[in-house]
Design a protein around this ligand. Structure first.
Ligand code: CUA
Length: 161
């Protein structure tokens, strides 16, 4: 007895294993956020779904150029379409998406990107993505929203510079 705390060897192993797990998860979160650009799609602001289509930016949804190569797009979701359902940008553009719904819950996913967010009435969902590769990217509704759900999609067209 020299006053040291005795830890059973197995217990010590489990403590070490837990620390390794913690460090691994922290690295995974860090790499996905900074290397792969994963974003947490947090609701950006609240809106009134009854009036969102009548006033403010969603009354006139669409693409706006903020600066050369920098865009924002307001997309209104409704049963069973996105407004607008076609967006054209030059390659190399960074686009911030603001999406809301004026009726039921929808989803918004752009194929081939990290953009994938729930669209809940009363909230504006926001994600940003840089489009370097020219082509046509489909965006689709990912939440079952009724009989016309499978027809709820649009196109984002990235044009050659
Ligand atoms: Cu909107 Cu499914």
């Amino acid at each position: 007895m020299n006053g040291q705390v005795h830890i059973h060897p197995w217990e010590k192993r489990w403590i070490q294993f837990s620390i390794v797990l913690l460090v691994t998860f922290m690295l995974a979160v860090g790499v996905s956020a900074f290397a792969f650009g994963f974003q947490v799609p947090a609701p950006e602001r609240q809106v009134d779904p009854n009036t969102v289509a009548l006033e403010g930016p969603f009354a006139n949804p669409g693409l706006r150029e903020l600066a050369p190569g920098k865009y924002e797009v307001y997309i209104l979701s409704q049963i069973w379409s996105f407004v607008p359902n076609e967006i054209r940008i030059p390659a190399g553009s960074t686009v911030t998406f603001y999406v809301t719904s004026k009726d039921v819950q929808h989803g918004f996913l752009i194929q081939g990107t990290n953009i994938n967010v729930q669209v809940v009435p009363g909230y504006v969902s926001t994600l940003t993505h840089r489009f370097d590769k020219p082509g046509t990217y489909l965006f689709v509704c990912t939440e079952y929203c009724g009989i016309g759900h499978q027809g709820m999609y649009g196109r984002l067209i990235v044009e050659e510079r």
